[in-house]
Write a protein that binds this ligand. Sequence first.
Ligand code: FPP
Length: 252
Amino acid sequence: MDGNGRWAKRRHMPRVAGHRAGVAAVRSTVETAARIHIPALTLYAFSEENWKKRPKSEVGFLMGLLSRYLKAEVPTLNENNIRLEYIGRQQELPDDVQERMAWAREATARNSGMVLTLALNYSARSELVDAFRSMVNAAAQNGGIEHLHIDEDMVGRHLYTRNLPDPDLVVRTSGEMRLSNFLLWQLAYAEIWVTPTLWPDFRGLHLLEGIAEFQKRERRYGGLNHHESNHYESNGDGRALAHTPEASDAKS
Ligand code: FPP
């Protein structure tokens, strides 16, 4: 959700005006995603770095905005059958915000549609650190560290996102080309779509545009594309391999 500050600056308004305007973008995006039956939408609302490096007044404003959003939006989330979740070090957020978050989660817990996850005080590196700690603790309580067998599934089970699918698509607003410490493990095979639109101007229609772009992509997960693998199968002797960049690399 990048570009709030720039949106405000262009209008000679304080940064917080951009954050306030960003709430309309949240509403529109969430509602559109739920209506087209996206199973899971995660919004990177507030990074650990934002929390540490922004002025206290801005952080306080964002906390208030989040609290008010949660209070106001629970009825709409329920109407749209949306279940609310969070990722990030929630325990470091102000107590009253944590209480409001817990209340909103509980109030939507019985919904069976889209899972809306808000990343709040989130850092992917901290998530990995927490996962490693959690794996070691679990092993210590289950016969000791020598029984620790780590594989990818196990790491996944100790991440904050253990109940979520890996994202298929990352939408980055305001033209930013970075991952900015967001879901580094989970985005291994995600498609990235970058739009110049600033977050406060972003709407459900932009999300649909991103999804349309995503549908044109061919996902190979390190394998061959559809045409190449068919050709390989039909030749049966591996001749088609010479046509793929991987094969050329392997030969050289
Ligand atoms: C990034 O823009 C945005 C944020 C740090 C905060 C986003 C929060 C909201 C839109 C509102 C509260 C959240 C919810 C879920 C209701 P930036 O300030 O880095 O702007 P810039 O990229 O132009 O500098």
